[in-house]
Design a protein around this ligand. Structure first.
Ligand SMILES: NC(=O)c1ccc[n+]([C@@H]2O[C@H](COP(=O)([O-])OP(=O)(O)OC[C@H]3O[C@@H](n4cnc5c(N)ncnc54)[C@H](O)[C@@H]3O)[C@@H](O)[C@H]2O)c1
Length: 305
């Protein structure tokens, strides 16, 4: 059977474990040649190790093709090395999955400059470091049908206590994706964003800190394997033309998110708004947004989990 990604060359960052590993395995099973990138460090981004090669060995054992790359996505040179690894090993590049990530949760009261910088560097700058060489390659070679899938989070899209660094990076990634979707549309390259939920090294400790244990049945229901299918689907032929969207996926659910939009607007034709006039207008704007959210929630009943 011909796979959906036959002859495609994919780079998956942070693919040594968790969600990235599942994406790399599924892509290889669908016929893609995969560059498995992972720095192999701890969850807070310190240290390094060669877990990328372990995933490559798994892929090869299943009859697929994969090569490791252990550079950091947070460095411009690391991002460039991804393209070079793909070119050297497979002679091209069609797909970039910007998945690598770390966490350094602190409330703003205790957020050190180092914790802020490290998270912004891996997530937000990492997306830039890996995407720019690929975008230039697409333009220089007029390579058509390429795909970029970026990783955001409800932390950035909805907000989450104790994650101002991570949330800022993840909201920035959603904005970055919308801009890239415009800039690469001419080349037929789609750029979409995933908001995932999965039990991984990143999230299991949060449960454990609350004194909860995670058993195998929960891993079966909520593991990272549930995130990979929509990512791989977007990278196939069927995903052509679907761009600048945000998909939320977790535990068997797959959904689409609203994008920022003006829901209701009052216009003052003469002069500037008086503060007393805004006393009446602002609550109506807030009510309009709440009604919009409520309507969207009603629409998803039965289809969301
Ligand atoms: N798990 C969730 O519920 C969840 C929720 C929202 C968003 N996300 C996002 O999904 C992505 C994958 O997360 P995960 O849960 O699989 O986490 P994970 O920790 O299991 O995997 C992330 C991988 O990225 C690698 N990595 C970290 N820094 C790197 C760097 N500088 N260069 C290269 N590789 C690096 C790590 O070594 C690790 O193997 C992340 O971007 C994360 O922010 C996850």
């Amino acid at each position: 059977m011909v796979g959906r990604l036959e002859d495609k060359i994919a780079v998956v960052t942070g693919a040594g474990r968790g969600i990235g590993r599942e994406i790399a395995l599924l892509m290889a099973a669908e016929g893609a040649k995969v560059v498995v990138n992972d720095l192999g460090g701890a969850a807070d981004g310190t240290g390094a190790g060669n877990i990328a090669e372990e995933v490559c060995a798994e892929i090869r054992a299943q009859g697929g093709e994969a090569v490791p790359n252990t550079e950091s996505v947070a460095e411009v040179a690391g991002g460039e090395s991804l393209l070079n690894t793909a070119l050297d090993a497979f002679g091209g590049m069609d797909i970039l999955i910007n998945n690598a990530g770390i966490l350094r949760d602190r409330s703003i009261f205790n957020m050190s400059e180092a914790d802020w910088d490290a998270v912004i560097a891996v997530h937000l700058k990492g997306h830039y470091c890996c995407s720019r060489p690929f975008a230039r390659y697409i333009r220089e070679h007029n390579r058509t049908g390429c795909r970029i899938v970026n990783f955001s989070s409800v932390s950035g899209l909805f907000g989450n206590f104790g994650q101002s660094n991570y949330g800022a990076a993840k909201a920035g990634i959603a904005g970055f994706s919308r801009v890239l979707a415009f800039e690469l549309a001419k080349y037929g390259c789609t750029v979409n964003t995933i908001s995932p939920g999965a039990l991984t090294r990143m999230t299991i400790p949060l449960r454990e800190n609350r004194g909860e244990t995670v058993d195998q049945s929960e891993l079966d229901q909520g593991g990272p394997q549930h995130v990979a299918p929509i990512v791989v689907w977007l990278c196939g032929e069927e995903g052509a033309g679907i761009t600048s969207e945000i998909f939320h996926t977790a535990s068997g659910g797959v959904g689409i998110m609203q994008q920022p939009a003006v829901i209701k607007r009052f216009h003052k034709s003469e002069g500037v708004w008086g503060l007393d006039e805004l006393d009446a207008v602002v609550p109506q704007l807030v009510d309009a947004r709440k009604a919009n959210v409520a309507a969207a929630e009603v629409a998803t009943v039965g289809g969301d989990n």
